[in-house]
Design a protein around this ligand. Structure first.
Ligand SMILES: [Zn+2]
Length: 330
């Protein structure tokens, strides 16, 4: 495939691979020397076994590599290349650097410097807490919420306060089940403890191990998290469960709370007798995506249309309102 940008610096392929420079590919499989994984979410470790086979190295932050191991990926030692934030490494005359991003433990933005210019890819991110990459010729940006129709009308801390209240209210009467994606669950555990929720936390074995990695990353100890081995829970406890398990668990005794970034009606919405949606997202809002671009001021923007919704709208908006050349890909 032809790289999107005229300088051939960056592009997004039909399978969601973000090509950077001539040697790097991030977040899906493509035949390139080096595979980068921006963070340990399924739509970003896509095709990793093929990359492990076909690339000479897999680059990610040490925390992301640890999370990938917990998730069951076996990256041979001689192919696993942990890279700390802000430390460049040169490969075939191109320098790759991971930059901090706020999304989940270990998540990173990617910057690649070549003789033709500089390309950057945000990966998933949230503002504040993600310093915009500047002086880029091409920026590939994630716009999960690509237009104002997805705008949330409350802040993260309002959502987390509401979640803490809801948990406290129900946990007195029995278990509270909290469903979310990896990363979000660990973040929410930290935030509930910070808000004074003292009840016992339970999670499956993988999630518990991921909590330990996240605690080190955030430098915040959530305390003991018990291993949930299945079946009914009788004591007042908060059980953290991957969102894919909701159908098998929703008949269990207790209150069930789904963390979702797609609940836009209100911060807490009751969707069943004992079931609630709490609107909490780990992605920048549309307005924050635009704020990122206006601070970064790259020469050109590619909006990732593989993972985001309404990417065409984001691109149009950036061109018209910020005067920066932009398009959606693929
Ligand atoms: Zn993600």
């Amino acid at each position: 495939m032809a790289l999107g940008s005229p300088e051939g610096l960056a592009g997004v392929t039909d399978n969601g691979a973000v090509l950077l420079g001539s040697n790097f590919v991030a977040d899906s499989f493509w035949r390139r020397l080096v595979r980068i994984v921006t963070h340990a979410h399924a739509d970003h470790y896509k095709g990793l076994p093929s990359s492990i086979r076909e690339s000479i190295a897999v680059i990610a932050t040490p925390t992301t590599l640890e999370l990938l191991r917990i998730l069951g990926f076996q990256i041979p030692r001689d192919k696993s290349l942990p890279l700390e934030y802000d430390r460049g490494i040169a490969i075939e005359e191109e320098v790759v650097t991971l930059r901090r991003s706020r999304h989940i433990a270990g998540s990173a933005q990617v910057e690649v410097e070549t003789s033709n210019g500089r390309a950057g890819y945000t990966g998933d991110f949230k503002l504040p807490g993600t310093p915009p990459m500047t002086d880029l010729d091409v920026l590939v940006i994630d716009a999960t919420y690509g237009s104002p129709r997805f705008e949330r009308r409350w802040s993260d801390s309002e959502a987390l306060d509401a979640l803490a209240l809801l948990v406290e209210k129900h946990v007195k009467n029995g278990p509270v089940w909290v469903y979310g994606y990896h990363g979000k669950l660990q973040e929410v555990m930290v935030e509930l403890r910070r808000r004074g929720v003292k009840h016992r936390f339970l999670a499956d074995y993988k999630t518990v191990r991921m909590v330990e990695a996240a605690s080190r990353y955030y430098n915040y100890d959530v305390g003991d998290v018990g291993v949930y081995k299945g079946g009914q829970v009788d004591e007042p406890s908060v059980v953290f469960t991957h969102v894919s398990k909701i159908n098998s668990k929703s008949r269990m005794k207790g209150a069930h709370i789904v963390l979702t970034g797609w609940e836009l009606k209100d911060v807490v919405v009751r969707v069943g007798e004992n079931r609630y949606n709490v609107s909490f997202s780990d992605h920048a809002t549309f307005r924050e995506v635009v704020a990122y671009v206006s601070e970064a001021r790259p020469k050109e923007v590619i909006v990732d249309a593989y993972r985001g919704r309404d990417a065409w709208f984001t691109a149009k908006y950036i061109e018209k309102l910020l005067g920066i050349k932009a398009r959606a890909e693929p």
